[in-house]
Design a protein around this ligand. Structure first.
Ligand code: SF4
Length: 360
């Protein structure tokens, strides 16, 4: 049973208490969505909400920055009385100091001046918008039911109303391309997002996308393709100082079990693989820029980036050798480094003799 969600490894002191509201308030059926699978529960029961919050709070250490987070559907589109009840219930936890704020996720076309006014009356800090793509053709093919303009307008309205905006986007949707995904990420940044989530598309059972796949009209990405495309999008966010608080579905919540997912890049450590690929690409670029591709090198790496640079089971080092004939003789963890610095082996060894840096 899910109770607490760690948002980001870079932000260890933050916890979300997720309350999942599957499909309530959702006006349509996006082709990729089986919200019952995505939210991990088949029904919502109001009477369980307080118990869920209390149970989650009992596991969270004092002093943790905690948010009650309404995820899973289209929060601002649910029955108005229920929405207000949930906001008031969560608001009481903020008033008594047990949580710091409220977070919610919704559809762009369910952001209106009236909704924003209601949300402003409660301690809502963050509004997450399921944008998925900023390309009209992709939105149409995925039956999102709104345009890219509606998504842009909603982002601006959320930011203008003083909320923190989190942009959620997807990789590998029907009609999408790497270029459209990079453009979407750039737009999310320029529209003022304070964070992003990236979800490579997986094909859930009982969805229109599964039907499209069976008919040959949709080809899901492989894990390898998803790693590549997501790593490039991740780079856009990082270049724009927009932290990425989630890559891929949460593997700890049995969403990615074979009973739920029919196809697609469904890997339990997809986020980690994407980070590995991001670092691999950075390594290739630096080696190329310094004319060291295909040589024997020693890598000087910021200590905090060591494991991501090396990759799971040394996958990046082996890929580098296999694909570029670049042999990494040593990797040196160096607190002073801000990025990967490759130096040709002989020159690097002279440097190392004069220092006491740790080697791997
Ligand atoms: S709007 Fe959200 S909840 Fe509704 S079908 Fe689309 S992805 Fe699922």
């Amino acid at each position: 049973m899910r109770s607490v969600c760690l948002e980001s490894s870079a932000d260890m002191a933050h916890r979300n208490i997720p309350i999942f509201i599957p499909h309530l308030g959702c006006p349509n059926q996006c082709v990729f969505c089986n919200q019952r699978s995505i939210s991990g529960c088949s029904s919502f029961q109001r009477e369980n909400v307080i118990q869920q919050i209390e149970q989650a709070l009992s596991t969270i250490p004092d002093g943790t920055d905690t948010e009650i987070a309404f995820f899973g559907g289209s929060f601002t589109g649910i029955d108005r009385e229920l929405m207000i009840w949930l906001l008031e219930t969560a608001g009481r936890y903020v008033s008594n100091g047990r949580v710091s704020s409220i977070r919610l996720s919704t559809r762009p076309d369910y952001i209106t001046p009236e909704i924003l006014k209601i949300l402003s009356g409660y301690p809502v800090k963050t509004v997450e918008l399921g944008l998925q793509s900023m390309d009209d053709e992709v939105l149409k093919r995925t039956a999102r039911g709104h345009t890219a303009k509606a998504a842009r307008d909603a982002c601006r309205a959320v930011v203008d109303a003083g909320f923190s905006l989190v942009g959620q986007m997807m990789i590998g949707l029907p009609a999408s391309t790497p270029q459209k995904e990079l453009a979407t990420a750039k737009e999310i940044c320029s529209l003022g997002a304070s964070a992003a989530r990236i979800y490579p598309t997986v094909v859930f059972y009982d969805t229109p996308l599964q039907k499209q796949m069976a008919e040959g009209a949709y080809q899901p990405l492989t894990v390898e393709q998803a790693m590549d495309r997501t790593a490039d999008v991740l780079e856009v966010f990082l270049q724009n100082n927009v932290p990425c608080i989630r890559i891929g579905l949460c593997s700890s919540e049995d969403l990615v079990s074979p009973e739920r997912v029919a196809a697609g890049p469904n890997h339990p450590a997809l986020g980690e693989l994407v980070w590995n690929r991001y670092y691999y690409k950075k390594m290739i670029k630096t080696l190329t820029d310094r004319g060291l591709l295909g040589r024997e090198v020693i890598l000087f790496v910021p200590e905090r980036d060591l494991s991501k640079t090396i990759g799971q089971r040394r996958c990046n080092i082996e890929k580098l050798l296999r694909e570029t004939d670049t042999r990494v003789y040593q990797i040196v963890g160096d607190k002073a480094q801000t990025g990967v610095l490759p130096i040709e082996r002989q020159s690097a060894e002279k440097l190392l003799k004069r220092s006491k840096r740790t080697c791997i």
